[in-house]
Design a protein around this ligand. Structure first.
Ligand code: IFM
Length: 458
């Protein structure tokens, strides 16, 4: 790397999406419904009763979207496969039409020189499997590995990067403990079992990949450094609990072969005695860690809020995104350095980073989103700062390519580089898309403080 080049040669610049958030037509072509299809169609679950029925209609417009990606100059595109398109019942007979959709997408990407990164599970469990207990069923890791094998056999000749599970913490905690995401459970006893099965699912898919695949496979976790609101002993303890709960719960077993000891006291009687043989299976599974970073956590002790007894608060003068998340780019550098120190410098990709803001409508064909430009700039510079301290960071994926269905928030939280009008599906690249294109063309230099802009490209 030359002193002027903040990112190493071969660094991947990408953008990310997920199936239920963009594809639309979730039952087309013989697909089986997912828990998200059911959840979104249950009154009261999603803001304004919105669903992923149409989303960005990427299912039909994927070629237009690949053309947008090519125009941005993306090296790579991270998408997810809807399990129920490929296996409508979640297991058993393969639905060739569903598999063909992803094969066509992959081929279109490769024709444009864009390397696919495929996520196997981004929260849309087939409803048929949920009816058999879903992630609570001890057979669920086997179901997942069998599904993964179908994809490896069909696409590994063309897909160089695989992600098993996206944000298992979100699945376990927001899906089974807090209930704001599908399947909407609130059960302390279910949560650690779901988390454990997700980890085993990841490990079994990786084991299958070792005999079938030729490329790289990892997991994507949501991470956020935890900072105490005050130096009081209570806030410090709460911060440590929240750090174990969010940052170490999934990575310690995968990298160190053990769960953080704090989890047993957080969950109390709900924490099972997991077999040692399971933990041995988890250890060292995967070639890289995908990091989804959005914000830090500022923590205040909250004795009346079990099981964690720790609350996330906002500093009074913080800049917040439309999600209410603090803009805190230094936290990305801290997270990457923490991963390097704690887990012996593993290969890393930033598999998601971005921000929701209330963008204005297009004017003369342009959408100005200066806060998103500033967010991307500062976070890409924060990634470069980690690389300068020898973090093995190999890629950055902006979340998201398109404005899309932001789960229980519906469509009004907009993360896209490209504005999508939900009424007529018009796509308008925002100023952040133009900025990101310049970042990619300059191999990252355009996000650095000393960059001399060449003027607004288009
Ligand atoms: O939209 C989500 C994505 O599906 C998972 N990571 C966080 C994003 C923003 O909330």
């Amino acid at each position: 790397m030359s002193p002027a080049a903040p990112f190493p040669a071969g660094f991947l610049w990408g953008a990310a999406t997920s199936a239920y958030q963009i594809e639309g037509f979730p039952l087309a072509g013989g697909a089986g419904p997912s828990i998200w299809h059911r959840f979104a169609h249950t009154p009261g679950r999603v803001a304004r009763g919105e669903t992923g029925d149409l989303a960005c209609d990427h299912y039909h417009r994927y070629l237009d979207d690949v053309a947008i990606m090519a125009d941005l100059g993306l090296d790579s595109y991270r998408f997810s496969v809807a399990w129920g398109r490929v296996l409508p019942e979640g297991r058993g007979a393969v639905n060739q039409q569903g598999l063909d959709f992803y094969a066509r997408l992959v081929d279109a990407l490769l024709e444009r020189g864009i390397r696919p990164m495929a996520t196997l599970y981004h929260w849309d469990l087939p409803a048929a499997l949920h009816d058999r207990g879903g992630w609570l069923n001890p057979d669920s890791p086997r179901w997942f590995a069998d599904y993964a094998e179908v994809l490896f056999r069909a696409l590994d000749d063309r897909v160089p990067f695989w992600i098993t599970v996206n944000e298992p913490w979100v699945v376990a905690v927001l899906g089974y403990l807090e209930g704001q995401l599908a399947p909407g459970h609130r059960d302390l006893f279910e949560t650690p079992r779901v988390a454990h099965h997700l980890l085993l699912a990841h490990a079994q898919a990786v084991a299958a990949y070792r005999s079938l695949g030729r490329h790289q496979i990892g997991i994507a976790v949501n991470l956020e450094p935890q900072h105490p609101e005050s130096p009081s002993a209570a806030d410090l303890e709460a911060t440590n609990r929240r750090d174990a709960f969010i940052n170490r719960w999934f990575l310690d077993p995968l990298r160190l072969g053990r769960y953080p000891e704090e989890l047993a006291s957080i969950f109390g009687l709900a924490w099972p005695d997991f077999p040692e043989t399971d933990l041995e299976r988890l250890r060292d599974s995967g070639d890289f860690i995908g990091v989804n970073y959005y914000a830090r956590g500022l923590v205040r002790a909250a004795p009346d809020a079990p099981p964690l007894c720790a609350a996330r608060v906002s500093p009074p003068d913080a800049e917040l995104t439309a999600m209410g998340w603090e803009v805190y780019p230094r936290g990305l550098t801290q997270t990457l350095l923490w991963l390097k120190e704690r887990y012996a410098n593993p290969p890393l990709y930033i598999t998601e980073n971005g921000a929701a803001f209330a963008d204005p409508p297009p004017r003369a064909g342009r959408v100005e989103d200066p806060r998103r430009v500033a967010y991307l700039r500062s976070h890409i510079a924060a990634a470069a700062a980690a690389i300068a301290q020898d973090v093995d960071l190999r890629g950055y994926f902006a979340w998201s390519l398109l404005d899309n269905f932001e789960w229980a928030e519906g469509y009004d939280k907009r993360f896209g580089l490209v504005q999508v009008d939900p009424r007529d599906q018009t796509r308008v690249p925002k100023a952040s898309a133009r900025f990101y294109r310049e970042v990619i063309a300059s191999r990252g230099a355009a996000a650095m403080p000393d960059w001399a802009p060449r003027g607004d490209a288009r």
